[in-house]
Design a protein around this ligand. Structure first.
Ligand code: SF4
Ligand code: SF4
Length: 331
């Protein structure tokens, strides 16, 4: 098994494209903030025009269709067709598993690289307490149907205090499910939901004693596993992805962020105006990216300082890594 920290790189671009913010669910930790990102559903013409902004580097760009729930968009299949014709390096659809508009029948497995399914509990009880009644059955059935039709599938598990106790059961759950990639994420203190119960972040000792071990067990089943590094020692190098990588988080009101932790604020670096990507005047998120603090990520310290711990001299015991820094395990 090979383990590596995925280095940030400007060689490839990641386009996280929220084509709508509407969703059929109200997950407790939902990061979508409709006050900031509106309730717009982009027309197919606009999706095409916005993809066109990035088409000159499409062959080096990973495109991820997001929502809300992207399969609620009636033209998702056509949008995938357009992206395919533009030659994007990879196309992924992140879904909550309900797979609206018969999406599995309206595209073919060779049109996309992955359907990525979100699941937040190994039991119905825990998953549905976070994501809503019926979600566990819907996502498991969605995965089985997609795998049966020949689509490559991955799973995303967002870890919080509410569901970390079920993480050790994940290897058993994914056994024989047919997924080829597994993504572990850490819950973020953002979004519009007022129910903060499921958003409590996990402290370092619990994270370190649970996540890497389970990730290995999942990878032993032939699945590529990706999980965030979250904590860095003072000897390890801290890098802000916004300074050294090429990521765009696009929202349907035209806001474009480079940092997902900034999404609750009008700090976006760019805005799409008349189908052109325009830089925004100061002050915006770019002004934060070069700041150096002993705690590591500046935005983390501003919006979720509860995951930092200090010694008696008020010096942080570790740094918080960029939320986009990942470890990857290859079976
Ligand atoms: S987290 Fe995703 S699936 Fe859940 S409510 Fe938010 S957009 Fe919908
Ligand atoms: S999460 Fe922190 S380190 Fe990463 S891009 Fe945002 S501000 Fe930079």
């Amino acid at each position: 098994m090979k383990k590596q920290t995925v280095a940030f790189s400007r060689q490839s671009t990641n386009l996280f494209f929220h084509i709508l913010t509407r969703c059929n669910l109200r997950c407790a930790h939902c990061y979508i903030n409709r006050d900031q990102h509106g309730s717009n559903t982009l027309s197919l013409d606009t999706i095409k025009a916005w993809l066109g902004i990035f088409s000159s580097k499409a062959k080096d760009t990973n495109l991820i269709f997001l929502g809300g729930e992207p399969t609620l968009h009636p033209d998702l299949a056509s949008a995938i067709g357009i992206a395919e014709s533009m030659g994007f390096k990879s196309i992924t659809v992140d879904t909550n598993g309900f797979l609206f508009h018969n999406i599995l029948d309206n595209i073919t497995p060779n049109q996309i690289d992955f359907f990525s399914f979100s699941l937040d509990g190994v039991s119905k009880e825990i998953n549905d307490a976070i994501r809503g009644d019926g979600c566990f059955d819907a996502v498991m059935s969605g995965i089985r149907r997609a795998v049966e039709k020949g689509f490559a599938c991955s799973m995303i598990y967002t870890v919080s205090e509410k569901n970390i106790h079920e993480v050790p059961k994940l290897p058993e759950l994914v056994k024989d499910l047919g997924i080829s990639r597994f993504f572990i994420q850490v819950v973020g203190m953002r979004g519009e939901t007022e129910n903060t119960d499921a958003r409590h972040q996990v402290l370092k000792p619990v994270w370190s004693s649970t996540i890497p071990k389970t990730a290995e067990q999942i990878a032993q089943q032939g699945i590529i596993v990706t999980y965030p590094k979250v904590f860095l020692t003072h000897e390890e190098t801290f890098e802000c992805a916004a300074n050294v990588a090429d990521n765009y988080f696009i929202f349907p009101n035209g806001r474009v962020y480079q940092c997902p932790l900034c999404e609750d604020f009008p700090f976006h670096s760019y805005e799409i105006i008349n189908n052109q990507l325009m830089p925004r005047p100061k002050i915006n998120e770019k002004d934060l990216f070069s700041l150096q603090i002993p705690e590591g990520c500046v935005m983390n310290k501003l919006i979720q300082p509860g995951n930092i711990s200090y010694d008696d001299n008020q010096f942080p015991r570790y740094k918080i890594a960029c939320c986009m820094l990942k470890e990857e395990l290859y079976p």
